[in-house]
Design a binder for this molecule. Structure first.
Ligand SMILES: Cc1cc2nc3c(=O)[nH]c(=O)nc-3n(C[C@H](O)[C@H](O)[C@H](O)COP(=O)(O)OP(=O)(O)OC[C@H]3O[C@@H](n4cnc5c(N)ncnc54)[C@H](O)[C@@H]3O)c2cc1C
Length: 493
C-alpha cells in the first residue's frame, strides 16, 4: 500500500510538497487551521472586490516551472511579467521613478542625480550576480545534515565574497552609489526579506540580481490566489484530501516516531509520515513542547517585522497610480533603524500600494479600484497594542492622497485591515512576524530550524521558518528540499 503523508498547513510550501509527493504515488492528506488553502498566499473577496491578502508578486518564476516539471503537470495558472518592476515615490519630490529592467531606460531617470549611473549600476549588478551564482546551489538549494556539513559548504563559496559578510546591505549600496535616491531605491529590496537595509547582510544584495537581471517580478492572471486554486485543483486530481477548520494542538509518539497529531476537538490523525508547514520553530515549541523552542527561547530569536496590511475598495479609478508602488518618507534611515523599536515613527511610515484591478479588471466592479496597502511595522515583540491601527491607516490614506494629488477618503466603499495580531491569530505567525524567522547569518542554512525533526524520524518541516527561508520561490525550493528528505528516509526504511 502507498505510504500516507499528513501535511499540516496548506501554505505554498505545504501545497508544493503535497504535489511532489502525490505525483510520486504517496497518499496525501492536508489539515488546515483556516477555512481555505493558501496560508499567507491568500485572498479576500468582498463586495465585488478581490484582494491579494499577502504576496502580490514573486521572483524566480523558474522555480514554479521546476515544480510543475517535477510533478509532470502543466502550470495551472498564468504568469504576468511586471514591467516596470515597480515605481518609487519620494516625499520631497514630485518625480515618480519607474524601475525598469532595461538598464538604459532606468539610467535615463537618474542622469541628474547619480553621474555615470549606468556604469555604476552594471558594476553593482555584476557583484550581485557573482554572489547569486556562487551561493545559490551551494548554500540555498542544499540540505545540510549538520553544522559541519554546512560549514564545509560555506568554505566552497568563492573567498572573494568574504568582505561582503561584514557589511550591511546599506553599506554595500553606499559603496557603489552616492545619491540618496539611488541608495534608497537599490536597498529597498531588503524590506522584502522582512528587515531593513540597516540590519540585513550585504550578501542579500544578490536579490538585486534576481530582481533586475535574473528573472524580474511576476504576478498571476486573475490575482495571486490563482496559484493556490491551480495547485489545489491539481492535488484533487491526485485524490488528495483537504480538511479545513482543523488546528493541530497535540501529538502522540512511540519509539522515536510520531504516531498521531491531535486536533482542537481531540480527534487523532494517523499517518506514516508527517510534514509540518506551520512555522517550524513555533510548532516545535507549542505543539511538540520542545525546550529549545519554548516561548522564552523564541523571544530571543530574531524575527522579521510585522505588517500592517489594509484592503481598500474605491468607487473611482486612479489612472495616475501604477500597479505596484512604493512611497518612501523623508526619514528612510531613522525610520528603518527605529521601526522595530519606536512605534511613534509610524506616523510617517513607508508603505507599498498594489492596485490589483489595474492588471485584473474583474478584481473590482466597473469604475472601481481594489487597493492593497502594506506597511512594515514592529512585530508584537516590539509593539503589542494595535488599538491605534485606524489612526495609522488614516494617516497613510491621507499621505497617499497628497502624493497622488487626489483625496480618496470619501471614495472608500470597503476597508479592512490585518494588524500583526491578526496575522498571528489567523496563520499562527509567532508575534505576527510577517515572514517568520529573519535571515540573520545565525538563522540561515544549518543554523535555521531544520527541515527534519530532531526526535521523530518520520517528521519533516517545510516553509518560511525552515530552510531556505521566506518568500514564494523559497517555499518552492523548501518543498524540493523536504521532498528529498522524505524520499531518502523512505529509501532507507
Ligand atoms: C503581508 C505579506 C506580504 C508578502 N508579500 C510577498 C511577496 O510579494 N512575494 C513573496 O514572494 N512573498 C511574500 N510574502 C511572504 C510569503 O507570503 C511567505 O513566505 C509564504 O507564503 C510562506 O509560505 P509557507 O509555506 O511558509 O506557509 P504559510 O503561508 O505560513 O502557511 C502555513 C499554513 O499552516 C497553517 N497552520 C499553522 N499552524 C497550524 C496548525 N497548528 N494546525 C493546522 N494548520 C496550521 C496556517 O493556517 C497556514 O495556512 C509576504 C508575506 C506577508 C505576510
Amino acid at each position: 500500500m502507498n505510504k500516507h503523508v499528513l501535511i499540516i498547513g496548506t501554505g505554498l510550501g505545504g501545497l508544493a510538497t503535497g504535489m511532489r509527493l502525490a505525483s510520486r504515488g504517496y497518499q496525501v492528506t492536508f489539515i488546515e487551521k483556516n477555512d481555505k488553502a493558501g496560508g499567507r498566499l491568500n485572498q479576500l473577496k468582498k463586495d465585488g472586490f478581490t484582494f491579494d491578502v499577502g504576496p502580490s508578486f514573486f521572483s524566480m518564476s523558474y522555480e514554479f516551472d521546476e515544480l510543475v516539471k517535477d510533478c509532470n503537470i502543466q502550470l495551472p495558472f498564468e504568469f504576468m511579467e511586471l514591467n516596470p518592476l515597480y515605481t518609487v515615490h519620494f516625499s520631497d519630490s514630485e518625480r515618480k521613478f519607474y524601475l525598469y529592467k532595461d538598464i538604459d531606460k532606468l539610467a535615463s531617470q537618474f542622469a541628474d542625480l547619480e553621474p555615470d549611473f549606468k556604469h555604476k549600476f552594471n558594476r553593482y549588478l555584476k557583484k550581485c550576480e557573482a554572489l547569486y551564482n556562487d551561493t545559490i546551489d551551494i548554500v540555498i538549494k542544499q540540505n545540510f545534515n549538520s553544522t559541519a556539513h554546512y560549514l564545509k559548504a560555506l568554505v566552497q563559496v568563492n573567498p572573494q565574497h568574504l568582505p561582503v559578510l561584514y557589511k550591511t546591505f546599506w553599506k554595500q549600496a553606499g559603496q557603489y552609489f552616492q545619491s540618496k535616491e539611488v541608495r534608497q531605491i537599490v536597498s529597498l529590496i531588503a524590506f522584502f526579506l522582512g528587515r531593513t537595509p540597516f540590519d540585513t547582510n550585504a550578501v542579500y544584495t544578490l536579490l538585486s540580481h534576481i530582481e533586475f537581471t535574473n528573472n524580474g517580478y511576476y504576478n498571476v492572471k486573475g490575482g495571486m490566489y490563482k496559484i493556490v486554486e491551480g495547485l489545489v485543483q491539481e492535488l484533487k486530481k491526485l485524490n488528495v484530501a483537504f480538511h479545513y477548520d482543523t488546528e493541530i494542538v497535540d501529538f502522540e509518539s512511540s519509539n522515536g516516531q510520531l504516531t498521531s497529531v491531535i486536533d482542537n476537538t481531540g480527534k487523532k490523525w494517523l499517518a506514516d509520515t508527517f510534514v509540518i508547514n506551520a512555522d517550524a520553530a513555533l510548532f516545535r515549541g507549542r505543539v511538540f513542547k520542545r525546550k529549545k523552542f519554548r516561548e522564552a527561547k523564541l523571544d530571543k530569536m530574531s524575527w522579521t517585522m510585522g505588517y500592517l496590511t489594509f484592503y481598500v475598495g474605491l468607487n473611482k479609478k486612479l489612472p495616475q497610480v501604477e500597479h505596484h508602488n512604493y512611497f518612501l518618507g523623508g526619514n528612510y534611515e531613522e525610520y528603518s533603524k527605529d521601526v522595530m523599536k519606536n512605534p511613534g515613527t509610524l506616523e510617517k511610515p513607508y508603505y507599498y500600494v498594489n492596485v490589483l484591478s489595474k492588471l485584473n479588471a474583474d478584481c473590482a466592479p466597473r469604475g472601481h479600484e481594489a487597493l492593497f496597502f502594506v506597511c512594515p511595522v514592529p512585530n508584537l515583540l516590539f509593539k503589542a497594542d494595535w488599538s491605534d491601527k485606524d489612526t495609522i491607516i488614516d494617516s497613510i490614506i491621507e499621505d497617499f492622497g497628497k502624493r497622488i494629488k487626489e483625496d480618496i477618503a470619501n471614495n472608500i466603499v470597503f476597508r479592512m485591515a490585518y494588524t500583526p495580531e491578526d496575522w498571528q491569530d489567523q496563520f499562527n505567525l509567532y508575534k505576527g512576524a510577517g515572514l517568520g524567522l529573519s535571515h540573520s547569518m545565525l538563522q540561515i542554512g544549518a543554523l535555521r530550524p531544520k527541515n527534519y525533526d530532531e526526535a521523530f524520524k518520520n517528521t519533516f518541516y517545510v516553509g518560511a521558518s525552515t530552510v531556505p527561508g521566506a518568500g514564494l520561490p523559497m517555499a518552492i525550493i523548501s518543498s524540493k528540499l523536504t521532498t528529498e528528505r522524505v524520499l531518502k528516509s523512505d529509501a532507507l526504511n
